[in-house]
Design a protein around this ligand. Structure first.
Ligand SMILES: *Cc1c(COP(=O)(O)O)cnc(C)c1O
Length: 398
């Protein structure tokens, strides 16, 4: 039964993607990146599934996201790498969350919080290697490494890792970043640091740049079964898209040739035909930029969205096809089922598949069907019962 609006997340697909990526990449460690509510898929169920399927680290942007995972009962290692300038690191240190640190200032904040708690903070230093976001700037490496080594001798910090992030601007830019990162790793060793985790690659580099794999890869988009590349699909990469966004036809109408549809009458019916009203809009993350450009699946047919996508709803022209109130409408899912893909929607909206899944809104309940015996997800179904009870209720993290 399809809900009015729902994002169905196939945890078996997530487990299969983790297993596949582990095999392909072959690093000792794999971090499942579950920031932003696991790219819209639900942080807790995805985290549990990824860990059960062989990921041994979780990655999030900020400490708040990490604490929510701890509150949800997850005791696996977690790294958080983007911090409020006035962050209090004490709760994170107290709950064993690794801090990704990008400056001397953050090192001092972490050391102060550790001293106040009487604990040792586990930290991973982020090096700037060409992306020019955060990360310690190359000229500051010697000073920051010396500062970290001093805090380590004082028992305040333990430098568990060194990491950076690639621009994916070009193979040459990424190769240059790998070289810089390796210089940083050598310099850190000379400063007396002995990090056990060295990591640079997210999904794209994990798949295409073996020199960037080191001891751990940070996998986000691939976990969700989506491709980070323009020239290779999920299927080409052996990945299964996990999210299906769907709803039910809320109204049907037959209009005469020339009838205008939705705000501004951007579209007029070229001939008499049938329209279906779908109750998802930009409040639910359906990009308004895809007005007139994306398609959906209804009763085994693919039909175009016509007119403007509104806040709560959009209209589909099904021509002479029959549709009924209550029919299931799939906006995107696994293209192997005939559905449009998140990437098709991204192309229609001028964005990337990351944004399509991540922006699915709070009004859309996430549901996690249990794979049945003999279902295609069978081999990976072992991960699902641990992961979360089947539920059509909104994920509290959603
Ligand atoms: C989001 C993020 C990732 C995951 O990237 P994908 O392309 O989704 O695999 C990895 N590392 C960092 C630092 C990130 O911010």
């Amino acid at each position: 039964m399809t809900g009015f609006r729902e994002a169905v997340v196939d945890l078996g697909a997530i487990a299969a993607n983790v297993a596949h990526l582990r095999t392909v990449v072959g690093t000792p460690h794999l971090m499942a990146v579950v920031k932003a509510n696991a790219y819209g898929h639900g942080a807790l169920p995805v985290a549990r599934t990824a860990l059960a399927a062989g990921a041994d680290w979780l990655g999030v942007a900020d400490v708040e996201e990490a604490l929510q995972l701890r509150d949800g009962g997850i005791d696996a290692p977690i790294l958080a790498w983007l911090h409020d300038p006035d962050v209090d690191f004490a709760p994170a240190i107290g709950r064993g969350i690794d801090l990704g640190l990008s400056s001397a200032r953050q090192l001092r904040q972490a050391a102060d919080a550790a001293a106040a708690l009487g604990r040792t903070a586990s930290v991973q230093l982020k090096l700037e290697t060409g992306l020019n976001r955060n990360g310690v700037h190359e000229p500051d490496w010697p000073d920051v490494f010396a500062l970290a080594a001093g805090f380590e001798r004082a028992g305040l910090l333990s430098v568990r890792g060194l990491f950076s992030h690639l621009s994916n601007a070009s193979p040459a830019d990424d190769a240059d970043a790998v070289g810089r990162f390796e210089r940083g790793v050598r310099l850190a060793a000379e400063a007396g640091l002995t990090p056990s985790l060295i990591h640079l690659a997210s999904t794209a580099a994990a798949l295409r740049l073996p020199a960037a794999r080191f001891s751990l890869v940070r996998i986000g988009i691939g976990l969700y079964g989506l491709s980070p590349f323009d020239d290779q699909s999920s299927h080409d990469l052996g990945l299964v898209p996990a999210m299906t966004l769907r709803g039910r036809v809320a109204a049907v109408r037959r209009v005469a040739a020339g009838a205008g549809v939705s705000y501004d009458h951007l579209w007029r019916a070229p001939e008499d035909g049938n329209l279906a009203l779908v109750p998802l809009g930009y409040a639910d993350g359906v990009p308004r930029q895809a007005s007139g450009a994306a398609s959906v699946r209804i009763r085994g047919g693919t039909h175009p969205i016509v007119g403007r996508i509104a806040m709560d709803q959009f209209v589909v022209s099904v021509g002479q096809a029959d549709v009924a109130v209550g029919d299931q409408v799939v906006l995107f899912g696994d293209p192997a089922t005939g559905a449009p893909s998140a990437t098709d929607w991204a192309d229609a909206a001028g964005t990337i598949n990351y944004e399509i899944v991540t922006r699915v809104g709070h009004r859309v309940p996430r549901s996690y069907p249990q794979p049945g015996p003999g279902s295609p997800a069978g081999p990976d179904a072992a991960a699902a019962p641990d992961a979360t009870p089947a539920s059509a209720a909104p994920d509290p993290e959603g």
